[in-house]
Write a protein that binds this ligand. Structure first.
Ligand code: NAG
Length: 739
């Protein structure tokens, strides 16, 4: 019987308690300081031994004065008070020529939207230490991880260190091709996740409902330069990861009996359980659906004021509507919505630029001496500009040379009748018949429909009450419009209600609302592309809990979120308008940052991907065979002494000398073989041996200043049921990190 499911070996200065063994999923963690992983064994995984001549440095000032073995039990039926799960070690006093260490790459910022097909966690750091030789690697995620891959990047060349499904036993696997990593290289890793089956957003964290994206690289290096633990937690740049080999995006098929994360019959949400790929075509995830920012886009050269509107013309050139030297602030309007600084006159610069979307060359510049506070911009099929000005309370149709074709509303006069607007926000034009729609606005709550020549046809909408859940057809700042041609719907970003409402364009009849928790309370702008994609951008909450400000791609027919995207660096401040091209390039105007951002789908080569999958199906077998061979190959000739050589004994057979008596806590008998139901015990193996004394240098530390790791603490609060949390693996990088 598979009593032990997996075991992790940690080194620490001080264990979590002074007991010989303890339940580490409960009150205690593993170590009082950071738990440094030294080894991992998992059921069904091939064995890994340290190459000859390689050992971990322990004792003395190594930072490892205790070794804690953590055993995760699978089936406890065979357990009658005794358990022999163990590892075997060799200790030596003599200095070892090669020191083993672990390089941990860990994402801290990955966010997985519910239902998202593919989300990548990318991590990369320059390597700035002495040469290391990776010989084994271990991947770690929770249930949503599909594949984790690690690379060395040297002179632009990506060389694989390791690639494995985190759903396979999370042991250390051998690095197939010996390599070194030296100063000037970059170490990079990608975790591919899927948000399918989740109904809420998943973030990095300690509980089983959270995710992790970790890659452990075990290496050896010359003892002279030894640096046993290194960390990298930097987000990899989209520019760098554009060149990641496509294999990194292909999940590795896992047969259910090999799966690390078993079924969760007790889990409330069954859909959370690992989704096995059934057919090959499901295996190829749609990597191209993730949007990444174009970071070398020379947008600074444009000298824009507050960017309030973006649109595209019929050639997909980008149109920008900005406020030049005017800003909208608390002095702009009085309580009756009358624009105050009229005296300064209109913006003298061009407010409407048409630019080449690649090099941002200005193709056309109009809109001088007209506008006071530009807001929305849209185009029609003849490339006229439809704009609103919230100071003027007017809506304009301008020709491509900036000539007036239509002006609606009375300048500077707010109102809510047929001849007045109150800070109108946006226009959408029906390409079939030229009818157009105006969202009106900050101080009205209506949509008005006009004939092509500007005759009022109808209007709908009413103000939503602040204290009640908004009803269909109520608005709290209708802020952005899209016309969906095929379905003849008009959709409205109902900004302060944080939702999108869609209506029958002809009649204004309410059809549905699209709302996701990820929007938070405010949704600023929307855009629609043929092919059924709806794009949106949200805004920072004014009160209460904030959600990240991000862009969203949704399936228009289902409303499902397909992708969430954000700038590569920095954050959005107040993304105010969004427009998407048919090729899925997305532009966002940030009114507060006074800048534009451009996002494009990450690249992919699907045919190549499919060929790769077949070759990789057998990966686990291949690995097993390679295993011993490689390790022998890498072993350095000197079988000379090691400080500690961990003879990592594989199956749970053995055990030398140390019988561990586990006291099973009553009431924790979940029974069965479910992965999520075993109790986790940490065994302070070396208590009897007391490494600190053994190496006679226990004196250097004090108990002060050792904080329990935050994620462990938080886990206990969130995850009392003792589910598969694995918090122990989330170690905060120490200050000496190389990241
Ligand atoms: C949207 O969902 C429908 C129904 O599942 C599907 O047929 C369609 O292909 C999806 N569209 C996009 C753009 O993902």
């Amino acid at each position: 019987m598979d009593t032990a499911h997996h075991m992790l070996l940690f080194g620490c200065k001080l264990p979590a308690t002074n007991d010989n063994y303890w339940a580490c999923g409960n009150r205690y963690g593993t170590c009082l300081d950071e738990a440094k992983i030294m080894y991992a064994w998992a059921r069904n995984a091939p064995p890994t031994r340290l190459p000859a001549g390689v050992g971990f440095r322990v004792g003395g000032n190594s930072g490892i004065n205790y070794i804690v073995l953590q055993v995760h039990y699978g089936d406890i039926h065979a357990f009658r008070g005794k358990n022999n799960s163990s590892h075997k070690y060799h200790f030596s006093h003599r200095e070892n020529p090669l020191i083993a260490g672990i390089y941990l790459l860990m994402s801290e910022n990955t966010v997985i939207p519910p239902g998202a097909k593919v989300v990548n966690g990318d991590i990369a750091c320059p390597y700035e230490e002495a040469v290391i030789h990776p010989f084994a690697f271990r991947t770690h995620t929770h249930q949503l991880g599909q594949v984790v891959s690690g690379y060395r990047i040297r002179d632009g060349q990506w060389t694989q260190i390791g690639r494995q499904s985190p759903q396979l036993p999370q042991a250390f696997y051998p690095v197939e091709k010996p390599m070194d990593i030296k100063y000037g290289d970059t170490i990079a890793a990608r975790c591919v996740f899927t948000g399918k089956g989740r109904t809420t957003v998943t973030q990095i964290g300690g509980t089983s409902q959270d995710e992790m994206c970790n890659l452990y690289i075990m290496y050896y290096m010359d003892a002279q330069y030894a640096k046993p633990y290194m960390f990298c937690t930097k987000d990899g740049s989209p520019k760098l990861f554009k060149h990641i080999p496509p294999e990194a995006n292909i999940p590795i098929p896992v047969s259910p009996d090999m799966a690390m994360h078993g079924h969760h019959p007790e889990a409330a949400d069954k859909s959370v359980a690992l989704q096995q790929p059934k057919r090959e075509e499901e295996v190829v995830l749609d990597q191209a659906s993730h949007l990444e920012e174009v970071i070398d886009w020379p947008v600074e050269e444009l000298q824009l004021g507050q960017v309030s509107g973006v649109a595209l013309d019929s050639k997909d050139n980008l149109i920008i509507f900005h406020r030049g030297n005017h800003v909208w602030d608390e002095n702009s309007f009085d309580r009756k919505h009358i624009y105050q600084p009229q005296g300064i006159g209109p913006i003298q610069q061009s407010t409407i630029f048409t630019v080449d979307p690649v090099n941002l060359k200005i193709l056309n510049a109009v809109g001088r001496n007209i506008f006071y506070l530009p807001h929305g911009i849209s185009t029609d099929k003849d490339d006229n500009f439809w704009v609103t000005d919230v100071a003027l309370h007017q809506v304009f149709k301008l020709g491509s040379k900036g000539e007036y074709l239509l002006i609606l509303g009375q300048a500077f006069q707010p109102g809510s009748d047929k001849d007045h607007f109150c800070q109108p926000t946006d226009v959408a034009v029906d390409p079939a018949n030229g009818n157009f729609y105006v969202s009106d606005g900050y101080c009205n709550s209506r949509i008005i429909k006009y004939s092509p020549d500007g005759k009022f046809i109808t209007q709908w909408g009413e103000e939503s009450s602040l204290s009640r859940i908004p009803k269909p057809g109520q608005f709290f700042i209708p802020h952005s419009l899209v016309f969906v041609p095929g379905l003849r719907q008009l959709c409205v970003a109902d900004r302060e209600n944080g939702r999108i409402q869609c209506f029958v364009a002809e009649s204004g009849e309410f059809l549905r609302e699209i709302h996701h928790p990820e929007f938070g309370g405010r949704l600023f702008a929307i855009s629609y592309t043929p092919g059924g994609r709806l794009y949106a951008v949200n805004g920072e909450a004014l009160v209460g809990n904030s959600v990240p400000v991000q862009g969203f791609v949704m399936n228009f027919s289902t409303g499902e979120i397909l992708d969430i995207f954000k700038p590569a660096k920095e954050n959005f401040l107040m993304p105010h308008d969004i427009v998407a091209a048919d090729d899925r390039t997305v532009y966002i105007g940030d009114v507060q940052a006074s800048r534009l951002r451009k996002f494009i789908p990450s690249e992919t080569t699907e045919t190549f991907l499919e060929a790769e999958i077949e070759g990789k199906m057998k990966a686990p077998d291949v690995l097993e065979k390679h295993n011993r061979k490689n390790i022998l190959k890498q072993a350095s000739t000197a079988v000379s002494p090691v400080l500690i050589t961990l003879l990592l004994v594989i199956p749970v057979v053995v055990l030398v000398g140390i019988g561990v008596f586990i006291h099973w806590r009553k009431g924790k008998m979940y029974g069965g073989t479910q992965y999520n139901s075993y109790c986790k015990y940490c065994i302070n193996y070396l208590r009897g041996l007391n490494l600190g004394n053994f190496f006679a240098s226990h004196r250097g530390y004090s108990r002060k200043g050792f904080d329990r790791l935050s994620t462990e603490g938080s886990d206990h609060e969130k995850d009392e049921e003792g589910t598969d949390s694995e918090t122990e693996e989330y170690s905060a990088p120490p200050t000496t990190s190389s990241s």
